[in-house]
Design a protein around this ligand. Structure first.
Ligand SMILES: Nc1ncnc2c1ncn2[C@@H]1O[C@H](COP(=O)(O)OP(=O)(O)OP(=O)(O)O)[C@@H](O)[C@H]1O
Length: 383
């Protein structure tokens, strides 16, 4: 389906989107604090972050629904989009709540933007049917919207966005309203859809699991800034800041003081215990305050363990989670969460805990002032 392929004056290696120093505020509150970002053609990029970190604002700036206070550069497919209205940008947005016209059929919904652009009826129908086939709804052209399930409505919304062959498809929490099973299916469908169309996808989500499953690259946002950018593997295994470690699901994040650093290896003093780990931050020096992060599944209960990263812990009440059991421990470095594979394992009240240095990430503490947004209420108004 050639209409869905991206075309433009740039070369293949040029970014489809370039943003430099984009600032946006609402009534004096800075929602974007100088965002700079290149997005490659055909990339699946995810904006990840807690509520209020600026993900939707950034998406709205790209769509043209919000004009930023200032920006050094905003280029889409080789052209500046500063001051360009949304309808003149070749981007399309899919929202969480579909925003379909309830009084129109599926086909009429999908064709809507083509009709506005005065595309001839036969051509409209051909393109709408091709878009519906792409989202695996080939026989639903004449259906009414209220006759569709939530998952089918979201697919119609996707078809409607794809029918124009956008340079970039913007997805604002598109799976948020779906139940868990459907959400997992749709994650795979979105990956497949991106592969089939070759379009660039920018997804907004606060789910690290969704970001890791679907993205080529993740942009982790915090209080209107980019905290860390990288592949899902980078963010999952090597969060560079304490905030990133917590957001990427490390159950154990502890603070201490650096004792020594040698290339990728460091030792950190946590409450008088020397802990060895893998360095993820640049410029860490002995004496610096730093964090150590360990995933619960990387801490093992083992007798006669290697003395490296070896701690004696007192078990609390286990929490059965089905596939595994989480056990909180009191240890000399503080509270630790330990994940046991065997859901029925019986633990002695005192146990030897240890973890391999390569599973323990050591990094610098990010700026202390940022990150207030996690607990604040937003008072957001988009209408
Ligand atoms: N229209 C608006 N008027 C005033 N403040 C706004 C408006 N839209 C967003 N904000 C504020 O800007 C900041 C960023 O909001 P934004 O919606 O971009 O965050 P988000 O990361 O998308 O959050 P969520 O995941 O909850 O949608 C927040 O502090 C929010 O309260």
């Amino acid at each position: 389906m050639s209409e869905l392929a991206t075309t433009g004056p740039g070369t293949e290696s040029d970014p489809i989107l370039t943003l430099a120093n984009v600032q946006q505020s609402y009534s004096g509150v800075l929602a974007l604090r100088g965002i700079s970002l290149d997005v490659a053609k055909g990339e699946f990029l995810t904006l990840l972050g807690p509520s209020g970190s600026g993900k939707s604002t950034l998406l709205r700036v790209i769509a043209g629904l919000e004009e930023p206070d200032s920006a050094d550069v905003m280029r889409l497919n080789g052209h500046s989009i500063v001051g360009v209205p949304p309808e003149a940008r070749n981007v399309s947005t899919v929202f969480q709540h579909y925003a379909l016209f309830p009084h129109m059929s599926v086909g009429e919904n999908v064709e809507y933007s083509l009709r506005i652009r005065k595309v001839a009826p036969e051509e409209r129908r051909r393109r709408a049917e091709a878009a519906l086939a792409l989202v695996r709804l080939p026989d639903k052209y004449g259906r009414r919207i209220h006759q569709l399930s939530g998952g089918e409505r979201q697919r119609v919304a996707l078809a409607r966005s794809l029918v124009m062959g956008p340079d970039i498809l913007l997805l604002d929490e598109p799976l948020g309203a779906l139940d868990e099973r459907l959400r997992l299916d749709m994650q795979l469908e979105l990956i497949e859809l991106r592969r089939k169309t070759g379009a660039t996808f920018i997804l907004v989500t606060h789910s690290q699991e969704e970001a890791i499953t679907m993205s080529d690259r993740i942009v982790l946002m915090r209080a209107g800034t980019i905290e860390q950018m990288g592949s899902p593997r980078d963010l999952f295994a090597s969060p560079a800041t304490e905030f990133a470690a917590r957001f990427m699901g490390f159950e154990n994040v502890l603070r201490g003081r650096i004792l020594r650093v040698a290339a990728q290896d460091a030792e950190i003093d946590i409450a008088g215990q020397a802990i060895r780990g893998r360095v993820v931050a640049k410029n860490l020096r002995p004496g610096d305050t730093a964090f150590a992060a360990i995933r619960a599944e990387h801490i093992h209960v083992a007798k006669n363990a290697d003395r490296t990263n070896h701690l004696r812990g007192t078990a609390g009440t286990p929490v059965y989670k089905g596939r595994f059991t989480d056990v909180p421990f009191k240890s000399p470095v503080g509270d630790l969460m330990v994940r046991l594979d065997g859901a029925d394992d019986v633990l002695p009240p005192q146990a030897d805990l240890n973890f391999a240095p390569e599973t323990c990430v050591i990094g610098s503490i990010g700026p202390e002032s940022a990150g207030q947004e996690e607990t604040s209420s937003k008072g957001k108004k988009h209408d």
